[in-house]
Design a protein around this ligand. Sequence first.
Ligand SMILES: Nc1ncnc2c1ncn2[C@@H]1O[C@H](COP(=O)(O)OP(=O)(O)OP(=O)(O)O)[C@@H](O)[C@H]1O
Length: 309
Amino acid sequence: MTDRSPSSPSITPGRLPAGQAPPTSAPAAPAPAGPGREARHQPQDTGLAADRVSWGVDGRLVLDGVALAAPGAAVTGLLGPNGSGKSTLLRAIAGVRPPDDGGVVFDGDDLLRLGRRARARTLALVEQDAGTDLPVTVHDAVLLGRIPHRSLLAGPSDADRETADRALERAGAAELADREVATLSGGERQRVHLARALAQTPRLLLLDEPTNHLDVAAQLHTMRVLRTLADDGVTVLAALHDLNLAAATCDHVVLIDRGRVVAAGPTAQVLVPEIIEPTYGVSCDVLRHPRTGRPVLTFSTAPVPGSVH
Ligand SMILES: Nc1ncnc2c1ncn2[C@@H]1O[C@H](COP(=O)(O)OP(=O)(O)OP(=O)(O)O)[C@@H](O)[C@H]1O
């Protein structure tokens, strides 16, 4: 079921009327969980729009008509419990495992119809635990990110090396440049994967759990990198488990459960107990950060049905 039907429909983002500012809020209003209340993407001028994306395996729908928007120059968090379909959705958007049905448009281009090379110039995907046992140095691994930007027979140019150096620096991995990738710790590898993606200079950056394995300082560093990339105009969509990291950084969030979008919108409107509790099966309180005013979430186990405590 991995082959995309040539007749799969594509979508075209609507254009704003002349003189109208692009939307500053998320394209989909928060919607509580429940059949028939799935969030819908709305027209947007720049950024990513996925529509009715479905993918199944072994007769089971893993993605069930997902509609999602990640506005340009913003950080969008893709949230959801284990097994909800976040990685599958990112892979579908990136064309690594194309959807069985649905469309994915980025800045007006049908991503699923772009050739491999054109797609690699447009987007980068940082996958979860994407390991390599090849005897390659970190610097060379990051240089691989430049391949889509040069002719197939040419070696890396000085400009490619400089771009790779800057990417290593930005990802906080410069001191690892001469190490072999296979010898790195999980957190070190994570930074290298981010650096490789940055060296690709994508306009759309997709990340699957980019803070996995990272200590708290490295987590904050990575989220700051995502923030500055968005400020530079990159469209960022990151699958995150840590709802507080999402709360602190994301402009918008999309929450999925069992392959369907259950809520989407501005971060503070989605990260509320009424939406989080039924989706994750926990009790949740939302406080305000004293300095930033952003949501801070605390969790406890949900009451056991029938319990007197
Ligand atoms: N190739 C496959 N074959 C069978 N099942 C699959 C395959 N790929 C994904 N799945 C199933 O699809 C569901 C969604 O998986 P996915 O990895 O997208 O979830 P996720 O939200 O990223 O989860 P996590 O937060 O645990 O990383 C899971 O139940 C998973 O077991």
